[in-house]
Design a protein around this ligand. Structure first.
Ligand code: F0G
Length: 475
């Protein structure tokens, strides 16, 4: 199936890492021991790992060469100079603050700009990003276009900000309560969906009207630029590199988890045009990460990142990568599996609510599905639904589920071939065929925040009433 229309990788493989599928009884035992939370599994017990595209990239021969030539000087490292140059050339930002991954960059940005009681509008924030806004005393507000909440409707730019919603937030809260606007490229919380250039321009125009700075969450900015090239009129003949640069022209700066599009296993950035912000963050960087010319990274990591930032815009690589995600999505659709349409840049998102309509949101359909996929094929994917994004109103204790209940199959960059993904599709289609027998989950124990990473879950046993009913029938 996948193989029929597969596309050869635009690279050849120089190094291999064995993987193995343990047998079904072992998978059952490991899953139970992991508290039915795939985050708690040993990676060696996973056959094909689609938990995340973050930090799981296969680096290029060039990047590995850079690892050997990286400069480990404490201050003024040559590798930092290369990184700064790459950021200026590719993204267009003058000031570069290196961090060990995306979240310290978020910490520094929100801690510096956000005061308690303020709000930060987004298209949609990712979980760690939202948590950083909260820790700074603020509230993240999603303003993603309504179409972003309709999983089965095709639309080229479901990550777009609803500009009217954004205006309402700014006018409702008052300009002084909105210290920045943030746009995630692509929208990971809503299916890896891209944001159009027209929308970025409109957000910037509105932000200028109120003199509010715009920052991007740039984790998947190259995939976003590729979608613009493919889908937005006027961009078909422009290179991804040019489109990327135009995207960033509408932002004052960005936080960047470089473990995604920038093709490294570790690394992050806070980059900005604002000298004032840079000067405020420098002492925080020195306190929490390290000296300004290495932040939280080794010199060799700075070097690999400087190369990755240039490699990430290779049009042929992006065509293969985004095509691979799309082929997996098409195969699943052909097998009847409900997925969020169209497929995202880095992942296929299964609509877990539609897959398991008999499992209520309070019983975590996405996690139930993640467990079943692991049992079926040794495949690990992550639930992004009510367990990850359940909101509790602190004053009343009222809880509300997020609008989407998704299981994300994230594809690491340059790691798996189409035949690996065919095995994933076969396993998930088998789970789909026996979906009616799948039960929901309950929480055995969980921390108050970011529950999904460490919660211990258990499958919900056949309910007492159902058992009683069953006994009655048998008598
Ligand atoms: N922003 C987005 C959109 C992300 O997807 C992530 C991480 C971060 C920020 C934080 O970056 O992990 O380098 O600190 N997402 C990972 C994922 C964990 O699996 O999607 P980080």
């Amino acid at each position: 199936m996948l193989l029929e229309n597969s596309q050869p990788e635009p690279y050849r493989i120089k190094m291999v890492e064995p993987i193995r599928l343990i047998d079904r009884e072992q998978r059952q035992a490991r899953l139970a021991a992991a508290g039915y939370n795939v985050f708690r599994l040993e990676a060696d017990d996973v056959y094909i790992d689609l938990m995340t595209d973050s930090g799981t990239t296969a680096m290029s021969a060039n990047q590995w060469a850079g690892i050997m030539t990286g400069d480990e000087s404490y201050a003024g490292s040559r590798s930092f100079t290369k990184l700064t140059q790459a950021v200026r050339d590719m993204l267009g930002f003058e000031y570069v603050l290196p961090t060990h991954q995306g979240r310290p960059a978020e910490h520094f940005l929100f801690r510096t700009l956000v005061r308690p009681g303020q709000v930060v509008p987004f298209n949609a924030p990712f979980d760690s990003t939202e948590a950083h806004v909260s820790i700074a005393g603020g509230t993240a507000i999603s303003c993603v276009a309504e179409i972003g909440y309709q999983p089965s409707v095709e639309h080229p730019f479901k990550g777009d900000v609803d500009v009217q919603k954004l205006r309402n937030v700014i006018e409702g809260e008052g300009r002084d309560n909105v210290p920045l606007i943030m746009v995630s490229l692509t929208n990971n919380a809503g299916g890896g969906q891209p944001v159009s250039m027209a929308n970025l321009r409109a957000v910037k125009a509105l932000a200028d009207e109120f003199a509010i700075p715009v920052y991007f969450d740039a984790a998947r900015c190259a995939e976003n630029a590729y979608f613009i090239q493919q889908r937005e009129s006027g961009y078909a003949n422009r290179s991804v590199a040019e489109i990327l640069k135009e995207q960033f022209s509408y932002a004052e700066g960005c936080t960047f988890s470089c473990k995604k599009d920038a093709l490294v296993n570790i690394g992050g950035l806070l980059a900005t045009r604002s000298r004032a912000l840079y000067e405020q963050v420098v002492p925080l960087l020195v306190l929490h990460e390290g000296f300004v010319t290495y932040g939280g990274m080794a010199g060799r990591d700075l070097e690999a990142l400087a190369i990755g930032l240039r490699e990430m815009v290779d049009d042929r690589y992006l065509q293969h990568r985004v095509g691979q995600v799309e082929r997996l999505g098409d195969t699943l659709l052909a097998g009847g599996v409900p997925i969020l349409r169209p497929t995202g840049g880095h992942a296929v998102y299964v609509d877990a609510a539609a897959f398991l309509p008999h499992v209520p949101r309070s019983e975590f359909p996405a996690e139930a599905l993640a467990s079943e996929l692991y049992l079926e094929g040794g495949v690990r994917a992550v639930g992004l639904g009510s367990l990850a994004f359940l909101k509790e109103e602190p004053s009343t204790g009222a809880v509300s589920a997020p609008r989407l209940e998704l299981l994300r199959l994230a594809i690491p960059r340059r790691v798996y071939t189409d035949s690996h993904l065919a095995a994933v599709a076969v396993a998930l289609i088998r789970v789909y065929q026996r979906r009616d027998a799948i039960r929901g989950m309950r929480i055995v124990s969980a921390p108050p925040m970011l529950k999904h990473f460490t919660a211990v879950l258990a499958p919900i046993e056949v309910r007492d009433e159902a058992v009683a009913e069953c006994r009655e029938v048998m008598v």
